[in-house]
Design a protein around this ligand. Sequence first.
Ligand code: TYD
Length: 137
Amino acid sequence: MGDVANCHLVSLPRISDGRGSLSFIQPGPLLPFGIQRVYYLYDVPMGQERGAHGHRRLEQLMVAVAGAVDVECDDGRKRRTFRLASPDVGLYVSPMIWRNLTGFQPGTVCMVLASEPYDEGDYYRRYDDFLAAATAR
Ligand code: TYD
């Protein structure tokens, strides 16, 4: 069962000097899974929403490497919205969380590190199906 309490912001390393800044992500306490896939959302039109699905097993870490986006996490009982607006902040999203991404600023690039290769069978695409599974005892 998912729990939004397990979704949390992660402060990523940031190394800054006169040449600019560098952040990095590697498996460890900040990233509790091995990276099997990286994808990114970009060119999202103003007002467009993304996400609107849940995952059975997938764990993710989302980073707005440019711009800003709101990520609403819903475990079927509770909801919590996180604002991603800095390349040195990630959002860990645990399995069995319905997520909606809204409020994309123009130019936003939202990078997602994922614990599994792409598998359509891992998705809940219908909220009713997600809710039934998420609230089943
Ligand atoms: P989808 O997961 O619905 O996008 P989002 O949640 O970000 O709005 O994926 C959109 C399309 O891209 C869908 O046809 C599946 C495909 N896709 C892949 O082929 N590989 C991937 O790693 C991802 C995330 C999506």
